[in-house]
Structure formats: C-alpha cells, structure tokens
Design a binder for this molecule. Structure first.
Ligand SMILES: C[S@@+](CC[C@H](N)C(=O)[O-])C[C@H]1O[C@@H](n2cnc3c(N)ncnc32)[C@H](O)[C@@H]1O
Length: 245
C-alpha cells in the first residue's frame, strides 16, 4: 500500500488514480499555453481587435450572412447567447439598426446571455439563463411581437467530454428552436451553433417540419479542429401545425 500526499494509505488502484490526476493536471496546463499561443497567432483574433469587434465570432456571423443573407435592413433579431457581443455588433451594422446607411432605423436586436454584457447601441440586452423555466416567455414579452431572425450561438463551457458537450449544445439548440417556432414571422430564419455528434439528426428532423430549407454550414472562420458548425433554417412556415407539417 502507498500513501497519498495527505498521508492516507492507498491501494494500488488509488496510486494509479493519483498518477492520472497529476498527468491530467499537466495536460490542462499545457493546453492552456497552447490556447494562448493559438489566440496570439489567430488572424481572426487580430482582425477583430483591429476592427473593433468584441471577438472572432463576429466573422462567423458575417460569413453566415454573406452566404444566406438574413441580416436585412430593419430586421427584428433575437440573439441568444450574445455575450460578449460580436454578433450583435455585426447585426446592428448589417440590419442598419441605427439608420446609419440612410432610411429609418426600424429594426431591433434583443440580446440574451447568462453573462453580463457591455451595452451596444441599438441592442436591448438582458441577462438570463435561457434554460431556466419560463425563460422563453420572458424573452417573448421583451420582444413584444414577432421576429424575423432567431440566432443562437449559445454554448456551455466545454466539459472536455465530446459527447456531453454535443448533447448539451443540442439541448440549447432545441430550446432555441421551439422559441423560434413561437416567435418567427412567416419566412423567418433560424440559425444555431451545433457540435457534430449523434443527436443532430433529430434536430434536423424537427427543423424540417417548420422550415422550407435546412442547411449546415461551417464558416471559414470556424476553427478547422473544432466540430462546430451552424444549422441554418430558412423559410419559416408560420401556419403549419407540427403534426401536419
Ligand atoms: C460562443 S459565446 C457567444 C459569442 C457571441 N455570439 C459573440 O459574438 O460575442 C457563447 C455564449 O453562450 C452563452 N450561454 C451558454 N448557455 C446559455 C444559456 N443557458 N442561456 C443564455 N446564454 C447562454 C454563454 O454565456 C456565452 O456567452
């Protein structure tokens, strides 16, 4: 029998467990160094800083919009998982929320996140856990009407376990999708970030019941070594009940 650092006797198995912990602690230290290096060398991180965006995620929504054209002038947009605010910054510009490109400033952006967010002109920001009971009702009330776009970049902090992270993000996507079913205008668009894994088929099936077109897209700015991609559902069918779709 060996001894733990606190002097307790251990079995052989206990010693093996201790070694694993030391090894994984080292692993975490290494990977955080790699994370920092990757951030420092990432061209999108540099561009975001140079162009005044709050994060590299801003380029993902630009690339999604370049391909699918949903940030239209005057759009009413709900941004779920919005912090720190890169998507909102892009949406304010592209949907001419402040009327800077001429015309009336008629659009709205409702931003929701678990975390606090610094204000962004043209966005109404709410701090809320979208998975708590009645969160959808609260957001609906703040919205005060229909939306043209519901977009979700919601993601929980990585657990380090691929399947757990996949199931967590699919749950967030589904909650966002049911909310979209409730608030989208006829023809509206739903965008959500997913991580590849076994439960995606069910999400696609759900979306295909209520949207005319459902596609997956990995923007060039999404890291190649990440299983992240975005589901883009267009042409919302407002009057089709789920069972008859
Ligand atoms: C990748 S970040 C979003 C980045 C954002 N699109 C941007 O451009 O700055 C994911 C966000 O999802 C938020 N999030 C995760 N789970 C959430 C939940 N249950 N309710 C609300 N926000 C959530 C996190 O707090 C985090 O800010």
């Amino acid at each position: 029998m060996g001894k733990t650092p606190t002097g307790k006797n251990t079995s052989g198995r206990g010693q093996r467990d201790l070694k694993v912990k030391v090894k994984s602690a080292r692993g975490r230290k290494l990977s955080s160094t790699r994370w920092l290096q990757r951030q420092l060398n990432d061209p999108y991180v540099k561009r975001a800083k140079a162009e005044g965006y709050r994060g590299r995620a801003a380029f993902k929504i630009m690339e999604l919009d370049d391909k699918f054209r949903f940030l239209l002038p005057g759009a009413r947009i709900v941004d779920l998982g919005a912090a720190p605010g890169g998507w909102c910054q892009v949406a304010v510009k592209r949907s001419n929320i402040l009327g800077e490109k001429g015309g009336k400033a008629v659009g709205t952006i409702l931003a929701v996140d678990l975390q606090e967010m610094e204000p962004i002109a043209g966005c109404e920001i709410h701090q809320l856990d979208f998975m708590e009971d009645d969160a959808d009702l609260k957001v609906k009330e703040w919205l005060g009407g229909k939306a043209d776009v519901v977009m979700s970049d919601m993601a929980a902090a990585s657990s380090g376990h691929k399947q757990t992270d996949h199931l967590r993000i699919i749950a967030l996507c589904e909650a966002a999708a049911y909310f979209a079913f409730d608030v989208l205008e006829e023809g509206g668009t739903f965008i959500a970030k997913t991580l590849a894994g076994g439960a995606e088929g069910e999400l696609q099936k759900l979306l295909k019941q209520r949207f005319r077109k459902v596609a997956n897209f990995k923007p060039p700015s999404s890291r190649a070594d990440s299983s992240e991609k975005f589901v883009v559902a267009r042409g919302f069918k407002a009057d089709v009940p789920m069972d008859d779709a």
